[in-house]
Design a protein around this ligand. Structure first.
Ligand code: FES
Length: 152
């Protein structure tokens, strides 16, 4: 019998009777139907699956469900509210940060985590924060511009 694991996602409590080693990303996408976090590599290397755990950015593909027991997970869907996007989401829309958009979940969540710690982060901090998030379209300049807009 699988013991239920309690976790709060986007402010809502869930009791999930799933194998404790199930990757958090699979739980979010398959069981909770939250498709903001993307599956890119499944190995913790691309950043497409990034979520916030207690306000800190983390790669949901490498974290087992048991690792977030009792904690607060925020996904892209948990930023802002219906009709009122978060400031980071607004900046990415305004500065047209997306090309194909697949990496944007990770970019936005990383920028959100950075701005929670350092609301006035500068260009070098933003670059450092995003250095391990991959964008295959090569839209890095627009992504940087979007992040800077959110930070000002
Ligand atoms: Fe998680 Fe690539 S899918 S880091």
């Amino acid at each position: 019998v699988t013991k239920a694991i309690g976790v709060t996602v986007n402010g809502k409590g869930h009791e999930l009777a799933l194998p404790p080693k199930t990757p958090l990303l699979n739980v979010l996408r398959n069981d909770l139907e939250l498709n903001g976090p993307k599956f890119g590599c499944g190995l913790g290397e691309c950043g497409a699956c990034t979520v916030l755990i207690d306000g800190v950015a983390a790669r949901a593909c490498t974290i087992p469900l048991a690792g977030v027991e009792g904690r607060h997970v925020t996904t892209l869907e948990g930023l802002g509210s219906e009709g009122a996007p978060d400031i980071v989401q607004r900046a990415f829309i305004e500065a047209q940060g997306a090309q194909c958009g697949y990496c944007l979940n990770g970019m936005i969540m990383m920028v959100k985590a950075l701005l929670l710690r350092r609301p006035d982060a500068g260009v070098e901090e933003i670059k450092r924060e995003l250095r391990y998030n991959l964008c295959r379209c090569g839209t890095h300049l627009e992504i940087l511009e979007s992040a800077l807009l959110a930070a000002t």
